[in-house]
Write a protein that binds this ligand. Structure first.
Ligand code: AMP
Ligand code: TRP
Length: 335
């Protein structure tokens, strides 16, 4: 595991837009848990980012609580790490505005996620979807975070975050903001859809069979892996470069077991698809069942969740408030 020096701080978050899936868990949250021992950690619920696409208010409230419960159920320890809704700390949006005045449009025009999400309807896409990476940069640097654990798909946004922090520093002749490092850790940095091994597993895929949700029970997990796209090669382990589905399932297996892909290949390479899928199901069920149970328990005690979030908000506001006072001074705002 990555070894930090002292004084390092982590910020990361997931959008509360529905069920968390195995990609969120293996690509991000599981790494957050390990990092808690060596860093000061802040883990937000990215609700401001969630509304870059339409959300139903009650569903957003529900998903925000569920996502908080999922963080804790996965092992984020509220005694060590701050957990809070992004929208509760006004400094995120405030700093995003200031940063937007230091971000050339050309930088945003390169963002592949915007191009994918806006698709053919670019003229109708909302401004927030376009400026999303500026808000993400504010999320990170308002805490002067030094490291940001995310899945592979967020790498480009974090490169932009470094560029924006650098642009601010240059504009005010300062080294005020540290340039944060992405931490893209583990075997499963990009978990793919179970139906199409060339597309990433995503909350927004219409087919629930494309993903394993953290709330899926043993039956659902078994069914989804059984239906996952297969091919007719005799064993799971051969010719993997040309078999994205087989490679994806093997990577998930390795990651769940905490072993390298090589070790998973040595263990399971000779199995056929259906035998391997059974082994994968067993590992996934054993791993996810306690998480699902803990999530249910947490959602049944809303007072506890509220307390955790209130404590997280207070801590985050303290750090972000201090940054904003200094930023306003650098920019030349009267205070
Ligand atoms: P999102 O669901 O887009 O809010 O993503 C939250 C976190 O999960 C980010 O760190 C993403 O990089 C990570 N993530 C999302 N989907 C995947 C995936 N399919 N594989 C690996 N990491 C993912
Ligand atoms: N954009 C991230 C995602 O969809 C979520 C996010 C918002 C985030 N702000 C962040 C992740 C800051 C890391 C740091 O996955």
């Amino acid at each position: 595991m990555h070894q930090p020096s002292t004084g390092n701080r982590i910020l990361s978050g997931v959008q509360p837009t529905g069920n968390l899936h195995l990609g969120n868990y293996l690509g991000a949250i599981r790494n957050w848990v390990k990092l808690q021992d060596n860093y000061e950690c802040l883990y937000m619920l990215a609700d401001l980012h969630a509304i870059t696409v339409p959300q139903e208010p009650d569903a957003l409230r529900r998903a925000t609580r569920e996502t908080a419960a999922a963080y804790i159920a996965c092992g984020v320890n509220p005694e060590k790490s701050a957990i809070f809704p992004q929208s509760a700390v006004a400094a995120h949006a405030e700093l995003a505005w200031i940063l937007s005045c230091h971000t050339p449009l050309g930088w945003l025009n390169r963002m592949t996620q915007f191009k994918e999400k806006a698709g053919k309807h670019r003229e109708e896409a909302v401004l927030g979807l376009y400026s999303y990476p500026v808000l993400m940069a504010a999320d990170v640097i308002v805490y002067k975070a030094t490291h940001v654990p995310v899945g592979e798909d967020q790498k480009q946004h974090l490169e932009l975050c470094r560029d924006i922090a650098g642009a601010f520093n240059r504009a005010y002749k300062t080294e005020f903001f540290p340039l944060p490092e992405p931490l893209i850790l583990g075997e499963a940095t990009r978990v793919m859809s179970l139906r199409d091994g060339t597309r990433k597993m995503s909350k927004s895929d219409e087919s629930d069979y494309s993903r394993i949700n953290l709330t899926d029970d043993a039956d659902a997990i078994a069914k989804k892996f059984k239906k996952a796209t297969s091919d007719s090669f005799p064993t799971i382990g051969e010719n993997l470069e040309n078999r994205p589905e087989a490679l994806n399932l093997l990577t998930i297996y390795a990651s769940l077991k905490g072993i390298s892909r090589q070790a998973a290949l040595a263990e399971c390479g000779g199995m056929n698809f259906s035998v391997f899928k059974q082994a994968l199901t067993d590992v996934a069920v054993a791993h996810l069942a306690p998480i699902t149970a803990k999530m249910r328990e947490l959602l049944a005690s809303p007072d506890y969740l509220d307390q955790v979030l209130a404590k997280g908000v207070a801590k985050a506001q303290g750090i972000a408030g201090q940054t904003m006072r200094e930023v306003k001074n650098l920019v030349g705002f009267l205070q």
